[in-house]
Design a protein around this ligand. Structure first.
Ligand code: M6R
Length: 606
């Protein structure tokens, strides 16, 4: 949510900032801007809309030359997307870029207005810029410390002062921020992909840490003004993994990366054919003793948790509650010492999930993070971490991250069930073997995209759609539905197939296509009955099921056949056509697949 960057070095700052911002545009894309030290002053250029608009504006105005500056790509929270509300904000003395929310900005604004300050934008960020100006008396660090002591909320800030033309100051609380070092050059960024073109060496700022970037070096201070030393990290993502390559969209590329992501995620965690999660400290003894499990996450990650619930309860016989993080944190959940809370997050920075984690710890529960981004806040704060190795996920619509969240959920469920004695060693090995074969089966599904393109062509003019399923198919339908609405803007809902006739079936007409997921063989006949019910009311029906199962034409207008594995693992296969259907529908509707309207990749505000 908002991307911030900064560069100080010998290169053309404007070029570096624009390039770095292009790697962060997935974090927000309603406006962008840069500010650069040039000829003894700070020059700013901002433009509403995509980064391309800023590039064009810079081109037409002759650009800004310089070697030290900051940049921003925005997802609006306070004030509509406009040139004025775009970052950077500031004046001739100090200019900033900000990611996060300043909760007490109104009070600060009123106070500063009383001192004669005039505000131009509707943003919370401008209050920080003005507060810095107010406190600045020649010592930037003192001004930053005093400002920090007055602001509440979440923030990552990049700051430049006119009097310090070769220095960037950066401060973090809650919103993610890295400082990176190349050869005689330094960077700040909200996320690692922004710097990969230049260096892999970076530092993760923690809450209350201030970075000072100057002369090719980064130094750090705490808020007492004391020097601190930090461990340098080396990014294990390469530039290629953060590029589109020959694919038209990141989403399509990421869908195709799924077989490899699964293999990379599970292989190191399988020993002698058995799941082994000891790497994160999760011993069989610990697993045996949890009384309740909670899975807390948002969006797609929460949907991975729903699949986890079905699987863990079925084979591990332990109650699992799945919660949307924004609800969990305010519903005063009943948590006790013997409970385990699993936080699932691609970014590891989702504000509600992070707060849910903190709440769980305060209540004495153990916490396990299933996270994709190394060193992210959720990963650092949880008691145990299992990284999903999906590599960078750039498309706003999550695909490969979901897939590997499922993979880790399965390994966890198998190991827990084995530890508890509800799954025999033989059965555990068999299921683990089936999991190892999933990448091949996903590969084979990816070779038959025509059927998904056909379904997309049938959906493209719909305004409403239903996804139905039972059991694991229902859990998966939720993800199919979210994926479709997120990028195609077609309204869709997912429903437990057996629940339809308790109200929702009244919506079904010939204008309401229905996608039924029917991979759970013990529930197949029941789901088929529900599909017949909607077909009898005029709905066009598309059924996702095992290739070998024949589906009569009085049930399905169109069948999407997928290979067979154990029913427990079928969501990992059935999700692929659902992702592709959403993708092709979005393409046919001419939408911006990777950057759907109103959304941003990493939701760091609640
Ligand atoms: O980074 P996280 O996994 O915590 O993000 C959670 C959701 O914001 C995310 O899954 C969102 O729902 C995706 N855009 C769905 O495709």
């Amino acid at each position: 949510m908002c991307g911030i960057v900064g560069y100080v070095g010998k290169r053309d700052c404007s070029e570096v900032l624009l390039d770095a911002l292009s790697k962060l545009e997935y974090r927000g894309y309603d406006s962008a801007g840069i500010a650069i030290h040039t000829d003894g002053e700070i020059k700013t250029c901002k433009a509403k809309g995509r980064l391309a608009n800023l590039e064009e504006k810079l081109r037409l105005s002759g650009g800004i030359k310089g070697h030290c500056g900051i940049g921003h790509t925005r997802w609006a929270t306070h004030g509509e997307p406009s040139d004025i509300n775009s970052h950077p904000h500031g004046n001739a003395t100090v200019t900033i870029v900000h990611n996060g929310i300043i909760e007490n900005y109104k009070a600060i604004k009123t106070r500063l207005e009383g001192k004669g300050y005039v505000f131009q934008s509707q943003t919370d960020t401008e209050t920080v810029a003005k507060l810095l100006d107010y406190y600045y008396k020649g010592d930037p660090i003192e001004a930053i410390r005093r400002t920090e002591s007055k602001i509440e909320g979440s923030y990552a800030l990049g700051i430049i002062f006119k009097d310090f033309p070769n220095t960037i100051f950066a401060l973090r609380k809650d919103s993610p921020l890295i400082a990176a070092v190349g050869e005689d050059e330094c960077f700040i960024a909200s996320d690692v992909p922004a710097i990969l073109n230049y260096t892999k060496n970076y530092y993760l700022l923690e809450a209350g840490e201030l970075a000072i970037l100057k002369d090719g070096k980064v130094s750090f201070k705490n808020l007492d003004g004391e020097d601190i030393t930090k461990e340098m990290l080396v990014a294990d993502w390469d530039m290629e993994s953060a590029m589109k390559g020959n694919y038209e969209h990141f989403m399509l590329k990421e869908i195709h990366e799924q077989p490899n992501s699964i293999t990379t995620t599970i292989t190191p965690r399988i020993v002698d054919g058995m799941p082994n999660l000891e790497e994160c400290g999760m011993t069989e003894e610990l697993l045996r003793n949890y009384k309740n499990i909670f899975v807390v996450a948002c969006g797609t990650a929460m949907h991975a948790g729903l699949v986890g619930k079905y699987v863990i309860e079925k084979i591990g016989r332990i109650p699992v509650t799945v919660d949307v993080a924004s609800e969990f944190r305010y519903r005063n959940p009943i948590l006790t010492k013997g409970d385990l809370v699993i936080l699932v997050s691609q970014s590891g920075e989702t504000a509600d999930t992070l707060e849910a984690l903190r709440l769980s710890k305060r209540n004495g529960a153990s916490t396990l993070a299933i996270v994709n981004v190394k060193g992210s806040s959720i990963a650092r704060e949880a008691d145990f971490v299992l990284y999903t190795h999906a590599g960078p996920e750039i498309a706003v619509a999550s695909t490969k991250a979901y897939m590997v969240q499922l993979a880790v959920m399965y390994l966890f469920a198998f190991e827990l069930a084995h530890a508890k004695g509800t799954l025999s060693t033989e059965e555990c090995k068999r299921l683990t073997g089936e999991l190892c074969n999933i990448p091949n089966l996903v590969e084979s599904i990816l070779k038959q995209k025509d059927n998904c393109q056909y379904v997309a062509s049938q959906l493209v003019n719909s305004e409403n759609l239903l996804y139905i399923g039972r059991g694991l198919d229902y859990a998966l339908s939720m993800e199919g539905s979210l994926k479709l609405k997120e990028i195609s803007y077609i309204h869709s809902e997912s429903y437990a197939a057996g629940e339809l006739k308790h109200g929702t079936i009244s919506l079904v007409t010939e204008l309401m296509p229905v996608i039924a997921v029917a991979t759970q063989r013990e529930l197949f006949d029941k789901t088929v009955s529900n599909v017949k019910e909607v077909k009898a009311r005029g709905a066009k029906t598309f059924v996702v099921t095992h290739s070998y199962i024949n589906v009569d034409s009085d049930v399905a207008d169109y069948k999407i056949g997928i290979p067979t594995t154990d029913d427990l693992l079928m969501p990992m296969l059935a999700v692929v056509p659902l992702q592709l259907i959403a993708y092709y529908t979005s393409v046919l509707r001419g939408n911006d697949v990777d950057k759907p309207r109103n959304l941003a990749k990493s939701v760091t505000v609640e």
